[in-house]
Design a protein around this ligand. Sequence first.
Ligand SMILES: Cc1ncc(COP(=O)(O)O)c(C=O)c1O
Length: 439
Amino acid sequence: MASELAFHLAPNNLSTRTPPIGQALSWAKQYVPAPDRPLLDISQGVPGTPPPPVLRDALAAAASAPGVFGYGPDEGEYELRKAVAEEMRWTYGGQDKGSGEVDVNAEDISITSGCNLAFVAVAMSLAQQGDEFILPVPWYFNNQMTLSLLGIKTVELQTYAHDHFLPDPERCAALITPRTRAIVLVTPNNPTGATYPPSLIASFASLARTHKIALIIDETYRDFIASSPPHYLFHSPSSRQIAPEHQPTDWSWRPTVISLYSFSKSYCIPGHRLGAITASPALLPALVRVFDCLQICAPRGAQRAFLTKPSPSAKSLLPSLRHFIKDNRDALAARHKLFRELLPRRWKIASSGAYYAFVRHPWKGRGAREVCERLARERGVVCLPVAFFVAEQGGEGETEVREEDRYVRFSVANVDDERIRTVCERLKEAEEVFGWELD
Ligand SMILES: Cc1ncc(COP(=O)(O)O)c(C=O)c1O
């Protein structure tokens, strides 16, 4: 279709993929739901429950509190930066084991309008057109889209089902060039759900340090790891908890590590747009240049809500929400278990964790895209094919289906236990009615 626009669009924009969730939802529009057969959307990584009442009340009150109508500091309210640093010391310190050995302070934290913006800000601070970032494949599609928009080359670090989708540091080392600016890890991973062990994260930290490049770790799902801490990179090297494989020797995290966080999943508030970056204060001036153009400040009402004091001695709301996070984590772990138990036997879970299960569908010679399309249109189950998390293929005429094309991402966080049961029943029905050859 010829464009009606009289002006040009940026080539980097035009060559960036269309957001894939919309495509899955367009398949779903063709499903005709019935009262006893509703649409089951298990596609997008959105929290299935609302935030707790105490947070909802705090958000409501903070939205019209004096002082929130104006701009705030680019890098976030200082009191919230302090509170987030305290939460990090607690989370990475092993929660019940004390937090004194985790070396993260308010000055290391900046508050962003969500984790996606955090990634954009970091990418714009580190690289320019023609530079390279290494991303494990399959990737979180917004990371790759950001790089594409900025003209930064995505270098693919393939991961494999037989390795549980864990990236290999040796293979990564072979991809580093003089243009490499960062390695990006997402753990627990979107889309595979794989949780990278602390020793693997330490190997990547060591590799990044050796090559004087950044290690960016997107830890949006860190609060859903049952065995804490997520890694030991933030621990002081003298910490008693450090096993030699958990941290590079003579380690100091600030020259190398940039950690990203989202409030969307842990606190169930994706619409309020809050995230955080943990990085050396030496990076802050570069980040602030970007923040000042993209966000000026993160939403002030939401920031202020987390500074509500539930008791006179409390400094913020965050510690009082730890039990809410834990309850959600436990519920999600139970839902994963249920999904494993109910999934028809021909569907094979390759990896799972946090919000996601990454599952191999049972039809021979069929790509997950056509499977997901039919599941949405005919059975009312919306899930995402691996094709959404890898480079776009050549299009027309490409007929050969590889084993790697057979994976489907299910976001088990979106739905309750009853719906998990119904999703599994419909997958079984699909085996019976699709008429395709099964494994
Ligand atoms: C890995 C990852 N990073 C970032 C985000 C986006 O987070 P936010 O809502 O804070 O922008 C998501 C959302 O699904 C995600 O899966």
